[in-house]
Design a protein around this ligand. Structure first.
Ligand code: GDP
Length: 296
């Protein structure tokens, strides 16, 4: 597959014409291009370093040095390693719990939590034939509760009312109780975000996690966040046992390097990608395809 990176590497290989064989220093030159491509895609520096070290180990084996087309061989290794790092295979939502299976949505304000909650509701109704209830614990932004109500209706799911004067913990308990009594398969819990990480937010979502015992705790992160995604991911990973990631706004023009950083930092699989503002703009994350995009 041709890409800007493949072109650059091919050019390097042409410069080696006349050499009897590809050397370790040629591989180093090629790896420098890979490093640049990842940094341009906004992958965090420590993540890039680890990644390059792993690729180097593989590339110095016969795979690259002994191949007829070393540039392409290296791109092959880089692609394979990238998609393995971002989680090869498809990881759908886990619903293996005594119903209602609770899914807790975590992330910063504006990451796309509310939108993704409704998109997931639609996905679970249509693809998994589930009866889905949503609830908002965002009592700090009154518009957030209304927003969830609107998008839940678009998804064809049921919305559990909450009001800004309630405590998020009380809302969660009431919604869980209602979901049990009315035989819902899934309860999706949207939570409050902040513009930046703060202690109160983290304590609150930890409390919610404790009392809801969710089968999935999804970290929703904006793909456009680039380098900042690392610190956000670290903070949420420390607070919560994350089970998956949803990378939103992949329809934007970012190269989506955040996927690599967030995956490396949390260790959680990237389950879905948000690809539009619309209710059906959610796709199962495809690591192979995303690897191509990151490399540009
Ligand atoms: P929250 O504060 O985390 O609940 O974020 P919202 O769900 O309110 O989303 C913030 C903004 O991002 C809204 O304008 C959404 O329409 C938009 N948004 C969310 N997901 C996507 C996506 O995948 N693509 C695009 N283009 N916009 C998105």
């Amino acid at each position: 597959m041709a890409s800007a990176l493949t072109d650059k590497l091919s050019r390097l290989v042409k410069e080696m014409r006349g050499q009897a064989r590809i050397t370790e220093s040629n591989v180093q030159d090629m790896l420098r291009e890979v490093r640049m491509a990842l940094l341009e895609a906004d992958v965090a520096l420590p993540v890039v370093r680890d990644f390059i070290a792993r690729v180097k180990e593989k590339a110095l084996g016969q795979e690259v040095l002994g191949s007829l087309k070393p540039g392409q061989a290296l791109v092959g290794i880089v692609n394979a390693e990238l998609s393995a790092t971002m989680g090869a295979g498809v990881a759908d939502i886990n619903l293996a719990a005594q119903p209602p299976a609770v899914i807790l949505m975590a992330g910063l304000q504006g990451a796309g939590k509310t939108t993704t909650t409704a998109k997931l509701a639609k996905h679970l109704i249509e693809k998994r034939k589930k009866k889905v209830l949503t609830v908002s614990g965002d009592v700090y932004r009154p518009a957030a509760i209304e927003q969830l109500k609107t998008v839940t209706a678009q998804a064809g799911a049921e919305w559990f009312p909450s009001t800004p004067d309630q405590k998020p913990q009380d809302i969660a308990r009431a919604a869980l109780d209602y979901a049990r009594k009315h035989y819902f398969d899934v309860l999706l819990v949207d939570t409050a975000g902040r513009l930046a990480i703060d202690e109160l937010l983290m304590q609150e979502i930890k409390d919610l996690h404790g009392l809801l015992n969710p089968v999935e705790t999804l970290f929703v992160v904006d793909a456009m966040q680039g380098q900042d995604a690392v610190n956000t991911a670290k903070a949420f990973k420390e607070a919560l046992p994350l089970t998956g990631i949803v990378l939103t706004k992949l329809d934007g023009d970012s190269r989506g390097g955040a996927a690599l950083s967030v995956r490396a930092i949390t260790g959680a699989p990237i389950k879905f990608a948000g690809v539009s503002e619309k209710i059906d703009g959610l796709e199962v994350f495809d690591a192979d395809r995303h690897a191509q995009r990151v490399l540009g």
